[in-house]
Design a protein around this ligand. Structure first.
Ligand SMILES: [Zn+2]
Length: 66
């Protein structure tokens, strides 16, 4: 399983092998909800930081209440 670094606590977060940009991840260390924002290498960002900008236009199926 690929890993990325949690932007909140700098711990490794496991990401699904077939993760795509905009997929969700969850940091087991600090419990933050994260989003995959880059794939090569995998980059994560805090979910709340992106709800109002980048993802809104690209992923109309995005549901913050999921
Ligand atoms: Zn974390």
């Amino acid at each position: 399983m690929p890993t990325a670094i949690c932007p909140e606590c700098d711990e490794e977060v496991y990401v699904e092998a077939d993760a795509e940009q905009g997929d969700k991840a969850n940091c087991e260390e600090c419990g933050s909800d994260l989003l995959v924002v880059g794939l090569d290498p995998i980059e994560l960002d805090l979910k709340t930081d992106l709800e109002d900008d980048e993802l809104k236009d690209e992923d109309e199926d995005y549901d913050p209440y999921d």
